[in-house]
Write a protein that binds this ligand. Structure first.
Ligand code: C5P
Length: 402
């Protein structure tokens, strides 16, 4: 499987470094060539001697060495690999990667590379959950850095929680899938994705909105882009960062969203994940409405355009080949979703449970069912990013077969 693949393994400081020795063995068993960089922290936990003996190659150290630089410069070291793997990735090295620092060989190589990077974080649970690390990881993922783990469990420091480095076999599986990445089955396809809530103004300072975070829609856009699609993301106001590789169009109201979607056509794929407000205020007040003696004002509502239905009903040629809607339901999820598939005229519905108990809104996980015209698939509870990847993979498979 890994025959002839060249892995540059960066071992940073952490008790989990002993597992990286096992990783080297397993990689070599599968035919990979493993060259290692040991940071100063890493060399507190494993020795250059054991790393060198297992990898069968010279081990590169923390400090600049003129001899190393003459034999193999840091740029060449970073490019002369198919994949860079950082295992264990300490909080410190992740922070230096996020900041773009190059103050030792490992960080310099990571900054200089043009190859995919996979990190296997390992640290104390509090360090992993600290907002600084959370932000650093989010930033790195946005830049396309792949990650595996950490796992939950007992830690060497006596605490319990997420922070244990993924096991060697899990890192191996992540390496295998990372090396398969260049496959871009949606290359040449155009995709339109809607995401987030809409804001419907009442007057210049007030609006009607909903609790959609945009996380799921943005994850779908990122996943389609990762498979090579050229993606336009039309999004209402959200705090989500722009997904890597998507052209982002920001709107506020449902009517603006519809206009932006129509302007983004033609597209092969449309995924409507936005939580579009069903109604807007019929007559938006030109000035801020005042509290008065007459009591609260009555708000007359008007119906918003249904973007999913409009896209589904476009004439052949303008209609995207595959139109996917989302159904957020708080009860009888599958039945209501099946009704929606029929009513909206789309091809697939991703149905999810948004009852408060499910914690979907604003949360990072989602439990969904994929309804096609010929049947339903139940997916296990998954991170929203993974739901996005599975949906993108299903879309790619569908367009390949069609
Ligand atoms: O009718 P409901 O809002 O439950 O349908 C949800 C699906 O329809 C989602 O895919 C949503 O993005 C889409 N939708 C839309 N325009 C609307 C209302 C919903 O595109 N005005």
């Amino acid at each position: 499987m890994l025959d002839g693949k060249r892995i540059l393994l960066i071992i940073s400081g952490g008790i989990a470094a002993y597992k990286s020795l096992e990783l080297i063995r397993r990689l070599r068993e599968r035919g990979a060539r493993v060259r290692c960089v040991l940071t100063e922290g890493g060399s507190q936990f494993v020795t250059p001697l054991s790393v060198g003996a297992l990898s069968g190659e010279k081990v590169y150290g923390a400090l600049w060495s003129l001899t190393d630089e003459a034999e193999m410069g840091h740029i060449q070291l970073s490019r002369d690999a198919d994949l860079l793997v950082v295992a264990p990735a300490s909080a410190n090295l992740l922070a230096r990667m996020a900041a773009g620092m190059s103050d030792d060989l490992a960080s310099t190589v990571l900054l200089a590379t043009d190859k995919p990077v996979l990190v296997a974080p390992a640290m104390n649970v509090r360090m992993w959950l600290h907002p600084a690390t959370v932000d650093n990881m989010a930033l790195l993922r946005r830049r396309g850095v792949l990650s595996v783990g950490p796992n939950d469990g007992d830690m060497a420091c006596g605490e319990y929680g997420p922070g244990r480095m993924a096991e060697p076999h899990e890192i191996l599986a992540a390496i295998e899938s990372a090396l398969a990445l260049p496959e871009r089955p949606l290359a040449g396809r155009r995709a339109l994705v809607t995401s987030g809530p809409t804001h419907e103004p009442i007057d210049p300072v007030r609006y009607i909105a909903n609790r959609s975070s945009g996380k799921q829609g943005h994850a779908v856009a990122a996943a389609l882009a990762a498979l090579g699609a050229s993606v336009t993301l039309v999004t209402g106001p959200t705090a989500e960062p722009d997904p890597a590789g998507a052209a982002v169009v920001r709107i506020e109201t449902a009517r603006q969203m519809l206009d932006a979607c129509l302007a983004a056509l033609p597209a092969d794929i449309a995924v409507c994940a936005a939580a579009v407000a069903d109604w807007r205020v019929a007559a938006e007040a030109g000035q801020k409405m005042k509290k008065g003696a007459g009591g609260p004002p009555a708000l007359a509502l008007a119906e918003n355009p249904d973007i999913l239905r409009t896209l589904s009903a476009l004439e052949p040629g303008r209609r995207p080949r595959l139109v996917v809607g989302f159904a957020a339901e708080t009860e009888s999820v599958l039945r209501h979703a099946a009704d929606k598939l029929a009513r909206k005229g789309c091809d697939w519905i991703v149905a999810n449970d948004v009852s408060p108990a499910a914690g979907t809104f604003g949360g990072d996980r989602n439990t969904v069912h994929l309804l096609r015209r010929d049947g339903a698939e139940d997916w296990p509870p998954l991170p929203k990013a993974e739901v996005g990847r599975r949906l993108a993979a299903a879309i790619a498979a569908h367009l390949k077969d069609a």
